[in-house]
Design a protein around this ligand. Structure first.
Ligand code: PHE
Length: 342
């Protein structure tokens, strides 16, 4: 073997392709390459020549290693200098759209947060209900007008299956399974047989609240709801309490707030009264506690139902309820970026 020719090859052979580099590595640095053969020759040389020959072989190997190491280093350098965005760092970046939360979700989240601070826990129930949970356990007389087909969507009237008309169903479901103390909040969709208009829809969202324990009074109810309304709308929000009637509460009340769309001057949303109803509430009727196996001699409680669309409408000055269900992107995009702070 011509060592001088090999030395020249190691120093000069072009290594500008991956194939050339692989062949070079195989020939000079792998087992079975030329160096193996040359070291075998070394052992046959007369002792006085061995030393010098050995030096040349080691130098040859070192040189081969150095050439490949230099190439790897050059490659790393080149990578470091490649701009991240390809050839041109000033090229416009890919645009992408960030989604936003639906205004009703924003409002629901805010309500849940306010009540969570008072220790309320979330509960839920089905949208397809039976007569017992929607009406019977809630003390609706068998001939109560709300049971009429005019107001309620029945799925199977024979079996009493219907779309729940309010989230008060969840009060029943929770009380049937849990003994007091109870403090729950139940957001959900409800259905009513209405003509769709700017003010009414066949479905909308409510949030039910229920608190049952020893010694709960109407003062607790009032303080809780005023805390909520002031937290939601601000401390200067005008609040008006009105006596009302629900079959499942005794006493019953409705709460209005000063209309924020017209500032109380009168507009279609407040029917020109300056006030808008935002919730119904009352002390849980003892008959309802009994129907759910809770002792009305020992426990008292209050319940309330908030209209989520109504609160959203007042908060965001939305004139038409239908905007919340039409999914018109121009409307939804106006809430993009709203979140922790509305
Ligand atoms: N369920 C009633 C409604 O839909 C609201 C309500 C809830 C009233 C709880 C009193 C107590 O109108």
């Amino acid at each position: 073997m011509d060592l001088t020719a090999l030395e020249k090859e190691v120093a000069e052979v072009p290594l500008d392709t991956p194939e050339a580099q692989a062949a070079f590595r195989k020939k000079f640095l792998r087992k079975g390459g030329v160096l193996d053969e040359l070291f075998a020759q070394l052992r046959q040389l007369p002792p006085e020549e061995r030393k010098a020959f050995g030096h040349r072989l080691n130098a040859l190997r070192k040189e081969a290693e150095n050439r490949l190491a230099a190439l790897a280093e050059a490659h790393r350098e080149a990578l470091n200098q490649t701009p991240i965005w390809g050839e041109d760092a000033t090229f416009p970046h890919l645009s992408y759209e960030v989604g936003g939360r639906h205004p009703l979700s924003l409002v629901e989240q805010r309500i849940v947060e306010l009540f969570a601070r008072l220790g309320y826990q979330l509960a839920e129930g089905p949208e397809i209900e039976d007569d017992w949970h929607n009406f019977g356990a809630l003390n609706f007389e068998p001939d109560h007008p709300a049971r009429d087909m005019q107001d309620t969507f029945f799925i199977d009237p024979q079996r009493g299956l219907l779309l729940r008309t309010h989230t008060s169903t969840v009060q029943v479901r929770v009380m049937e399974k849990t003994q007091p103390p109870i403090r729950i909040l139940a957001p959900g969709r409800v259905y009513r047989h209405e003509t769709v208009s700017a003010r009414a829809h066949v479905y909308f969202h409510q949030i039910e609240g229920l608190c049952v324990a020893v010694g709960i009074s109407a003062a607790d109810l009032k303080a809780t709801l005023e805390y909520f309304l002031e937290g939601f709308f601000g401390e200067d929000i005008p609040i008006r309490w009105r006596a009302s009637y629900f079959p499942f509460t005794e006493m019953s009340a409705e709460v209005d707030i000063g209309c924020r769309l017209c500032g109380g001057a009168g507009c279609p949303v407040c029917k020109y009264t300056g006030w808008v109803e935002v919730l119904g509430c009352g002390m849980v009727d003892p008959a309802v506690l009994s129907a759910c196996h809770i002792d009305p001699e020992r426990y008292t409680g209050f319940a309330f139902g908030l209209g989520v669309e109504r609160l959203a409408q007042l908060l965001y000055n939305t004139p038409d309820l239908r905007l919340f269900s039409q999914n018109d992107l121009r409307f939804l995009q106006s809430f993009r970026g709203y979140g922790d702070t509305f």
